[in-house]
Write a protein that binds this ligand. Sequence first.
Ligand code: PAF
Length: 285
Amino acid sequence: MQTVTTINELRQYLLPHRQAQQKIGLVPTMGNLHQGHLNLVSAALDHSDIVVTSIFVNPLQFGPNEDLASYPRTLDRDTEQLTKLGCHYLFAPGETELYGTNSSTQTLVQVPELSRLYCGVSRPGHFDGVTTVVSKLFNIVQPDIACFGLKDYQQFIIIESMVNDLAFPIELIGVEIAREESGLAMSSRNNYLSPQETEIAANLNRVLESIAAQIQQGARQFGPLQNQAIAELDSPGMQPDYFVICDAHSLLPAVDCTTHFAILAAATVGSTRLIDNVRFQLDSQ
Ligand code: PAF
């Protein structure tokens, strides 16, 4: 695997692949790779000839009181894992390479409405940072396909909307959530949890699954179901942020005739904010 840190160099490496009509796949990440990320790279290898994984801890998507400084940076171990998997290029630019010396004057790409919902309420500006860096990576790499994890389901829908609105000629592939045996969704932020917090955190998925099962069995009182879920999550060690039952495409609150559901949840365990979701389609409607 070739590691590249500058935009020009990456473009030079990718040019012959493009000229040879090879399909290029991109996996944008912030590093500290776990099985969920490796699944993204495997999916990209399945769907393209040449895979570029980017590792960039994007300051634009962190709020002033968030964990930008302490976010785990494990480039050597990440490089080893990507090499073993057969990834072709690692793009690991520094902040100046992507944003110059003043990221606050950076042109922003914003997806309105969707970016203000749910995680956007607790993390104002977060999704603007995500769509800005992802569109920049799309322009640098010009991939044919790009793989994103479905744990960040709101992020996936926002990026899908951006790709449609800005006519990026890129096929998006959403890759299923990788989970621990307990059901806990894999996340780089799980590294912050103590063993006891890790046990508590698994409750997020249990409650999501239990509400999904009730809807699949015919429950349609979405408001009360959401309240029930919040009450179940609210416990010593866990503070729920939101729990919403919505339409899987629009992310608007589910209504009686909704058939494709996404249930999205966020909660803080100790001082770590975690997100998770379940998605399903009702068979007979
Ligand atoms: O999902 C992530 O890890 C990040 O939000 C992304 C897409 C790499 C943008 O920084």
